[in-house]
Write a protein that binds this ligand. Structure first.
Ligand code: COA
Ligand code: AMP
Length: 627
């Protein structure tokens, strides 16, 4: 039996032993005597009697162990033409003092802090300082508009918001304080204070209730770590669901710390002193887990890159980074590699750099298409490792475990279920299907440490959204199959969540915005295939009878309202007027059928003549693209 199989079986037959051994990788104030608490099943908690502080594990313990001079963070920002490193000693100083700032603003154990910041080290400082106080952070991705930020403020009810004065995109500098002000004016809940980190690219005009990060820091005393129960929340991360209202995924302290430490070594084969670069954003789960917590808890060096894979200055940007910082593993979304491949198809720029430090390229966030896999394998000459997971799980559900036991790669598959995740494919009735047969991918409960225990303040929504379709299983929302060697294949979402350039978005929330246009009678937004971004949203609208508008003008207005209400990141660029939308007898729009036609994969056509007529009428429009 190989190491993988032994670990997988042990996690299944004796999870108490398996996870208590894994827990030894963490420094506890009270080592847990128990791993799993199933007393409130189907809500499970891990390490109920353990106590710790996550920030202590990510920072202090490395300084105490004599590694203070090691780089904790390498920051490289081609969009602002700046670079700097932060050692573990410097990080400890900044984090403990910023924890003092937050404490002076009234933040204590259990209080929430919303963080709306770009990819700068201060975002990590704000996250860790919140964790240091036993408080709960909720980081909101900078590409979201004020209305989205307001929805998160209302749900998380933070006492304080921490922001930067601006974000810098290659095409523009975005002033953040006006966005925060607008969000607060839209939200019911009003935070007591806002702290702004001033960036030289755009200095914010502060007003009442808004404080300058540097001013507060200058007078703050360093604050020590506050011990919390393993089951206390560390963060809330909002993600798109099937309805417009984002779901507040809760992450606990203890299970999360154990999962981060275990996965960085066993999945990514990264340990203390290694340089790990997750080219994502702190606003997404990949950023939380593999820019911030896992590398720092493990005592590695993490890389924060503020820029794009192409155009800053060219498609060699990623290879320059690997060479300059001797990066051992790069983790990014396939869309980033597709963007590079589009600009430098022959990989000519790669030859300009020494990539000998690189041991592997990890890919996640969306399906790794075989073309991208082959291109990267050929040109980078390292294993290209797909891994599948989601905001809710916090770490890989299926992976090729490079540290535990590397396996043969099958293009199109993220390889096997990770120990602790018991993955099955079921049909509509919840019956397990045979190998190679497609169905819904589900995970047997309980899921391992580090996965969501619930949704913020809403156990019932957690149960309804994830646990009620198939009894005893967590529904991932992904469809796929498992082959006869246990390789998992993830083929796409079964709900209305789409994945645009590695960014998870809800077509439901886009439909709500499109439907609010005064001339729109009804609409459907579906994700269609896109060569660069994987998927892009396309809106189909039926106009109210008698309405007249220039289609170009309508498109302009709807695109703008999506940017205003959701954010530029939604990338809605196309609005198509159709005479009618195909529906079921009960009036449900046939989005799946529309998606199938748009992608050239027509599937079971609905029953009535009327449906067929509607579909015939809109088929050419579904297939049309301006790309
Ligand atoms: N703040 C403000 N605006 C943002 C933003 C942020 N943090 N991030 C993106 N945006 C804006 C962009 O400026 C762009 O605006 P525009 O329509 O006015 O040009 C829009 O949102 C769409 O951005 P994006 O999807 O990033 O598209 P792009 O064309 O700028 O870049 C890629 C395309 C593929 C290069 C880029 O999406 C990429 O690198 N993706 C990887 C994503 C990733 O790592 N995801 C995490 C999962 S691992
Ligand atoms: P997020 O919660 O933003 O991480 O998005 C999670 C979703 O992205 C999953 O449910 C999948 O639909 C998709 N996804 C992530 N990684 C992969 C992968 N390796 N292969 C296929 N789909 C993926």
């Amino acid at each position: 039996m190989g190491s993988y199989e032994a670990a997988y079986r042990l996690a299944e037959t004796d999870p108490e032993y398996f996870w208590l051994v894994a827990a030894r990788g963490i420094t506890w104030n009270a080592f847990p005597k128990q791993a799993l608490d199933a007393s409130e099943a189907p809500i499970f908690r891990w390490f109920p009697d353990g106590a710790l502080n996550t920030c202590f594990n990510a920072v202090d313990r490395h300084v105490l162990a004599g590694h203070g001079e090691r780089n904790a963070i390498i920051y490289d920002s081609p969009v602002t033409d700046s670079k700097r490193t932060v050692s573990y000693t410097e990080l400890l100083d900044q984090v403990s003092r910023f924890a003092g700032v937050l404490s002076n603003l009234g933040i204590g154990k259990g209080d929430r802090v919303v963080i709306y910041m770009p990819m700068i080290p201060e975002a990590v400082v704000a996250m860790l300082a919140t964790a240091r106080l036993g408080a709960v952070h909720s980081v909101v991705f900078g590409g979201f508009a004020p209305a989205e930020l307001a929805a998160r403020i209302d749900d998380a009810a933070p006492k304080v918001i921490v922001a930067a004065s601006c974000g810098v995109e290659p095409s523009r500098t975005i002033a953040y304080l006006p966005l925060v002000d607008e969000a607060i004016s839209l939200s019911q809940h009003k935070p007591a204070a806002t702290v702004v980190f001033q960036r030289p690219e755009l200095v914010a005009q502060l007003h009442d209730g808004v404080h300058d990060w540097a001013d507060l820091l200058a007078v703050a005393e360093p604050h020590d770590c506050v011990s919390v129960q393993a089951t206390d929340p560390l963060y809330i991360l909002y993600t798109s669901g099937t309805t417009g209202k984002p779901k507040g995924v809760v992450r606990d302290n203890g299970g999360h710390a154990v999962a981060m430490q275990w996965s960085l070594g066993n999945v990514y084969d990264i340990g203390p002193g290694d340089v790990f670069w997750a080219a994502s954003d702190v606003g997404w789960v990949v950023g939380h887990s593999y820019i911030v917590y896992a590398p720092l808890i493990a005592g590695a060096t993490t890389v924060m890159y503020e820029g794009k894979p192409v155009g800053t200055p060219d498609a060699g940007a990623f290879w320059r980074m690997i060479d300059e910082y001797k990066i051992n593993a790069l983790f990014c979304a396939p869309t980033a590699i597709r963007a590079i491949k589009k600009e430098d198809h022959e990989g000519a720029l790669i030859a300009n750099y020494d990539l000998s430090s690189l041991k592997a390229l990890f890919q996640a966030g969306e399906r790794l298409d075989p073309d991208t896999y082959h291109w990267a394998t050929k040109h980078l000459k390292v294993p290209v490792i797909d891994n599948w997971w989601q905001t809710e799980t916090g770490w890989p559900i299926a992976a090729n475990l490079r540290g535990l036991e590397p396996m043969t790669i099958k293009p199109g598959s993220p390889t096997v279920a990770v120990p602790g995740f018991f993955v099955h494919v079921v049909d509509g009735e919840g019956k397990q299907v045979a190998p190679g047969v497609e169905g819904s991918i589900v995970i047997k409960l309980p899921m391992p440490p580090g996965t969501l225990p619930t949704l913020w303040g809403n156990d019932q929504r957690y149960i309804d959204s994830y646990l009620s379709t198939f009894d005893g299983y967590y529904t991932t929302g992904d469809g796929g199959m498992i082959d006869n060697e246990g390789y998992v294949y993830v083929l796409g979402r079964t709900d209305d969540v789409i994945n645009v350039a590695g960014h998870r978005l809800s077509t439901g929330s886009m439909e709500a915005v499109v439907a609010s246009h005064p001339l729109v009678a009804e609409c459907a937004v579906i994700g269609v295939q896109d060569q660069l971004k994987g998927q892009i949203p396309r809106a189909f609208v039926v106009l109210k009878s008698g309405s007249e508008i220039d289609p170009v003008q309508l498109e302009k207005e709807i695109v703008q309202s999506i940017r205003n209400e959701i954010g530029a990141v939604a990338s809605l660029k196309e609005v198509v007027i159709v005479p009618a939308l195909p529906k079921t007898r009960s009036g449900k729009i046939l989005r799946r059928t529309m998606r199938g036609i748009a992608d050239g994969r027509p599937e079971a056509v609905p029953g009535t003549i009327e449906d067929v007529r509607v579909l015939d009428a809109i088929t050419p429009l579904l297939k049309s693209t301006k790309a």
